[in-house]
Design a protein around this ligand. Structure first.
Ligand code: LFR
Length: 487
C-alpha cells in the first residue's frame, strides 16, 4: 500500500501518548491510540519519574495502535536512567524539577567558567542541564555503579529493542555536545570529569534503532519485524520539525508545559550577548540549530489549577479574557517558578515585589499568567531576531498551547506579528514525519512543512493595536536593579 502507518510515542511532562500517523502522497493523518498520565512521584530522596508506569503506557499504546510500519519515540529532554553492568536500570530517573541541582552550577563554573561553557556547548544556563545533574550525582553510590547512561527516549527504545544509542537532538540538551560539530564536547567533559563512555554511540534522526524484541511483540500483539526508527527524540526537536512554515522568516513557539520560543538557524550563535540573554543552541533535524529560550509556559497555570482543586479550565479562560489586561505581569523566564507547589502565592509575591497590583481571584491570576507568557514570548522573539540577525514576518505557535486561543491572540498582540497556530500535536507529527522520511515517503524539511500546511488545521491571529502597552509592561520588569535568574 502507498499509505504507511507510524506509531509516535510522545511523552510530555504531564501525559504520555501513542499516536498513529498515516502518511501517503499528499496525506498526513494523526489519530490518538492511547493517552496516559505522567505522574511524578515524590519519595524521601526527591522527585522521581515513574518510568516503569510510562513504559507500561507505551506498551499499552502500541497494542492499541495495532500493526504499524515503524515506531519512533520522543520525550522531554535532559533526564536519564543509569544502567548497571548487566544492563539493568539503577533506580528511578530523577525529575528535572528535583532540587538536587540547587547551587551545583556555581561549583561547575569554578572549574569551567560559565562563559567558556557557553562558547563550547552553546547551551543556556538551566539548573537541570544533564551536566549539572551529573555533577549533583557525583560521588553517589548509584553513579559509581553505573556503566551506562541512557536519556529517557533512548532508555525506552532500549527496553523495546535491546539496542542502545544516544540520539543527537536530545544529547544536545546535556551540555556535553558541541553544536558546531554535532559531536561530544570532549574538552568540557574531560575538565569536568564526565566519563563519555557512559554514553552509548550517537545516532541521528532517521537512523535505524533496532526492531521490537520478540517479547515486546508478544505483549503488544504486533507481528514482526517492527523497526524502531530514530526521530528527533527531544520533543521540542520533533515539534520544531512540524512547524508548518513557508521559507525561513519565521519564529516558533512550542507551547505546553514549557514555552520554547526562538528560531531555526543553520549555525549556532555563541557570543557573550547571546549567553547574557540566556538563549540556547539545541540541535534540530539535518544539522539545524534550535536557537531558543525556555519560558515557564503553561506550567504556571497547570500548577495554579492544581492548587485551586482543578476548576473548569474553559470557564477560567473565559473569565480571564474578561479580566483587565496587563494589570500585573511576572517574569515568566524566572527560575523561581521552576519547582512545583504554592504557585498562586509565588505569582502574587512576584507582583508585590515589582510594585504591581496583586492579582487575587483565579481569573485575575490566570490573566496575569497569560499576559506574562505573551510578554515573555514577545521578548524572546525580538531578542532572537536581533541576536541571530534573522528577521521574521510571522510567529508559528505549535503544541498544546494552540488550544488556548487567548494565549495565541495575546502573543500576536505582544509580538506585533501575525500568529499562525497549529498543529497541537506537533511533536507527534514531527516524530511521524521523520519516520516517513527515513522510509522515503516525504521529501526534505521544506516538503514536510508543505505537507503539514496542506493537511493540518491552522488558525491565524492578527495583532490588535500597537505594542505600546506591552513595552510599558516590559519596563515594569526590567526597570528594577537586579535581573532575575533566568532559566
Ligand atoms: C519540553 C522540554 C524542553 C526542555 C524541558 C526539560 O517538553 O523538552 O525543551 O527544556 O522539557 O526537559
Amino acid at each position: 500500500a502507498s499509505v504507511k502507518s507510524y506509531a509516535a510515542v510522545d511523552l510530555g511532562a504531564s501525559s504520555g501518548r501513542v499516536m498513529v500517523g498515516r502518511v501517503g502522497p499528499g496525506t498526513l493523518e494523526l489519530t490518538e491510540a492511547h493517552r496516559f498520565p505522567n505522574r511524578p512521584v515524590r519519595v524521601p530522596e526527591g522527585l522521581r519519574w515513574d518510568i516503569l508506569g510510562l513504559y507500561g503506557g507505551v506498551l499499552e499504546g502500541l497494542r492499541a495502535a495495532g500493526q504499524v510500519d515503524s515506531v519512533g519515540i520522543d520525550s522531554w529532554a535532559v533526564d536519564y536512567g543509569l544502567l548497571d553492568a548487566d544492563g539493568a536500570l539503577l533506580g528511578n530517573p530523577v525529575h528535572y524539577r528535583d532540587a538536587r541541582t540547587e547551587g551545583v552550577a556555581e561549583r561547575v563554573w569554578a572549574t569551567v567558567p560559565a562563559a567558556e561553557l557557553y562558547a563550547a556547548t552553546g547551551l543556556q544556563y538551566a539548573p537541570f542541564n544533564t551536566l549539572y545533574q551529573l555533577a549533583a550525582a557525583r560521588g553517589s553510590a548509584q553513579l559509581a555503579q553505573a556503566g551506562r547512561l541512557l536519556l529517557i527516549p533512548d532508555l525506552l527504545a532500549y527496553w523495546l529493542t535491546g539496542e542502545q544509542g544516544t540520539e543527537l537532538t536530545n544529547a544536545s540538551t546535556t551540555q556535553l555536545i558541541d553544536p558546531r560539530t554535532g559531536d561530544w564536547a570532549y574538552d568540557v567533559a574531560a575538565r569536568l570529569g564526565v566519563d563519555l563512555d557512559l554514553f552509548a554511540p550517537l545516532r541521528r534522526p532517521g537512523d535505524p534503532a533496532g526492531v521490537l524484541r520478540p517479547r515486546v511483540l508478544e505483549e503488544t500483539g504486533l507481528s514482526g519485524p517492527v523497526p524502531v526508527t530514530t526521530v528527533g527524540s527531544h520533543d521540542t526537536a520533533s515539534a520544531v520539525a512540524a512547524v508548518p512554515a513557508d521559507g525561513e522568516r519565521f519564529a516558533y513557539i512550542c507551547t505546553g508545559t514549557w514555552s520554547l520560543a526562538g528560531l531555526e538557524l543553520d549555525a549556532p550563535v555563541l557570543g557573550e550577548a547571546s549567553r547574557a540573554a540566556n538563549f540556547t543552541n539545541e540541535l534540530g533535524l539535518d544539522g539545524t540549530v534550535r536557537y531558543l529560550r525556555n519560558i515557564m509556559g503553561l506550567w504556571l497555570l497547570q500548577e495554579c489549577v492544581r492548587a485551586w482543586g482543578n476548576p473548569d479550565l474553559g470557564e477560567l479562560l473565559r473569565a480571564a479574557a474578561e479580566a483587565p489586561a496587563l494589570r500585573s505581569v511576572v517574569d515568566a523566564g524566572d527560575a523561581a517558578f521552576l519547582a512545583p507547589g504554592h504557585m498562586p502565592e509565588r505569582i502574587a509575591d512576584a507582583c508585590r515585589a515589582t510594585g504591581q497590583p496583586v492579582p487575587d481571584s483565579p481569573a485575575e491570576i490566570t490573566r496575569c499568567i497569560l499576559d506574562s507568557l505573551a510578554l515573555a514570548h514577545r521578548k524572546a522573539v525580538a531578542q532572537a531576531q536581533a541576536l541571530a540577525d534573522h528577521p521574521v514576518d510571522v510567529v508559528h505557535i505549535v503544541g498544546g498551547g494552540t488550544r488556548n486561543t487567548l494565549l495565541c491572540q495575546l502573543t500576536a498582540d505582544a509580538c506585533g506579528l501575525p500568529v499562525v497556530a497549529g498543529p497541537a500535536e506537533a511533536a507527534a507529527l514531527g516524530n511521524v514525519l521523520v519516520q516517513a522520511r527515513a522510509h522515503g515517503l516525504v521529501g526534505d524539511r521544506a516538503g514536510m512543512r508543505r505537507l503539514l500546511a496542506r493537511t493540518q488545521p491552522l488558525e491565524r491571529y492578527e495583532p490588535r493595536g500597537g505594542t505600546a502597552a506591552w513595552r510599558e509592561a516590559e519596563a515594569r520588569l526590567t526597570g528594577r536593579g537586579a535581573e532575575p535568574a533566568a532559566v
